[in-house]
Design a protein around this ligand. Sequence first.
Ligand code: CP
Length: 305
Amino acid sequence: KRHLLEAADLDRADATLVLDTAAQIDQALAGREVKKLPTLRGRTVVNLFYEDSTRTRISFELAAKRLSADVLNFSAKGSSVSKGESLKDTALTLEAMGSDAIVVRHSASGAPHRLATWVRGSVVNAGDGTHEHPTQALLDSYTIRHRLGRLEGVRVAVVGDVLHSRVARSNVRLLHTLGAEVTLVAPPTLLPVGVGSWPAEVSYDLDAVLPKADVVMMLRVQAERMNASYFPSAREYSRRYGLDARRMGALGDDAIVMHPGPMNRGMEIAAEVADSARSTIVEQVGNGVSVRMAVLYLLLGGAPS
Ligand code: CP
């Protein structure tokens, strides 16, 4: 495969290969003082970010550097995008300078797919609008498998602002591919039209779902995209759909709590839950580097073309 544009690009064997490769990379680098492999020496990876990011941009940069690739970080702010340069011309410019892979985040759903038709190198989707964020789903599956030892039959509750969440879309698809059982929990106004065709159950009742969940994945309330007609009050949202210490007490002994970040502490997740022993939030960030190394290695590995 040349690109990673959405979770559906990966069948079960592909996704398992990414997770196994990330685990091998973790093993190979464990205990090493210099956490670097020579695999992508001579290759160039461009991080092309039209939207803000902390975790994804930095972990892709670190992943590429740990594989010995050259890395260029492009931020739309401060570039010729402000003079009206298009995504296509920007990408062709970067490719003319020798990029082998473009890691792209864009506010427009489908932008990475368009990009993939214009460039010869690989394109990796680092989040496009409300559409998909496939490497987030891969690092989430990696974290679940690492913590619980399996994905087959694991019951995952994905809770909150599903409507605006590319993380939810990628996770539902990938977790289903890997044999997990997903339940989406949200108020009806924060579920997308057509959710009935997704490979997931739907519930409006968080308290009913929690005792049966092996994993609770809280989603960020995307306040910047909210409209008062479907998000009446933060306090009411938090009361019905926030994960606080009382609700966490309803979870089974081995259940874990996840969040892709950035979090709204006190809104969808209480600080004491985010900082608890059940929380894998910091672990997810660390796993993101290994999983993104695996993705870049599998897309670009081998001699320069
Ligand atoms: N989870 C995630 O995509 O975080 P960033 O927006 O900080 O990259």
